[in-house]
Design a protein around this ligand. Sequence first.
Ligand code: NAG
Ligand code: NAG
Ligand code: NAG
Length: 306
Amino acid sequence: MGRMTALLPRGGGLLLLLFLLRPLPFLLPGSAGLRLLLSDSSPFNCSQLGLKCVVKNSTCMDESWVHSSVLTPSAPSTVDVHLDIFQDKEGKLLPVLQIQWMVATDASIRSFRGVELTVLQVNDNRQICTWFDFQNNLMLQAPPGGGRWNFTFNRFEVQPGQMYHVTVYHLPKLGIQGDHNRKSKEYKVPDCEDKRMRRTTPCVQMGSLWEPSIDGKHLEDGSVLVSFNPGKEPARYQIHVTGFLDKKICMDTTQEVPKVTTLPIASLLKPDKVLPPHSRGVPTWGKPISTTEQLLILRTIHKVCR
Ligand SMILES: *[C@@H]1O[C@H](CO)[C@@H](O)[C@H](O)[C@H]1NC(C)=O
Ligand SMILES: *[C@@H]1O[C@H](CO)[C@@H](O)[C@H](O)[C@H]1NC(C)=O
Ligand SMILES: *[C@@H]1O[C@H](CO)[C@@H](O)[C@H](O)[C@H]1NC(C)=O
């Protein structure tokens, strides 16, 4: 997350650009990346009228890989993958894949014993699976209530901005040469800029709802006072200040702010009280001026630029 602002200080000639960057650790607390949400949330019910079905953990190695069956069902006729938001027991809003597929309307439905769903996270090749274990055989090509046999599953938690490869296998798998009874789909999860993703827990932890209100003030002695509003979640920040003189960059500095958790309540300090003695180009930390503000004082900018 980056935010910027520009200001023209009085006394002329110097333009400052301030960037506020929030470095993102790859895996954030509370965001486990690719994960199957079976045990830590309300049970998923894959049964429907005419079919008793149980969702189980899977090793991604259905036994039909090893013991091939004589008759196997057809591949799904369609597979669709969308974004869904799942609220877990703790009230966290988690981005999940909504996987929907249709069963082919043919007699192979009689040998349809279950489904293996595989999700591969492309960036690190991590793969997890789940298994729909059918407790009875489907005897009708179409469900008693009309329409087509179709299924939906939305318990694979995914990461913002990542690419996934989703495969739906109808079980038992085909053990011989022939038309494989699986269908795959690629899906890229929108990043935290997306309207629906913004309010999910992993995006909020990355600062998607954060209003930093970054500001810079030019002080009498030529230093710059930078203030901003830290996000609600503990995080580290990076501040980048660029000075321009006669349209040329004359000063460029980057400073990392140590992890800010909660700031102590302090009375408003006059900037001159926190100004340390001049020392060329070394940024110094000021003191918090309120519960939501942190001051960074960068000194000797004029000297560097002249
Ligand atoms: C699961 O869904 C089926 C069909 O909609 C329903 O008959 C059954 O009661 C549900 N089971 C549970 C545990 O909710
Ligand atoms: C799935 O496996 C996890 C551990 O990997 C376990 O905690 C959980 O209870 C299992 N869930 C089901 C539905 O078997
Ligand atoms: C999908 O299945 C449901 C029952 O679970 C059914 O009501 C619906 O019509 C089916 N959709 C299609 C497109 O056949």
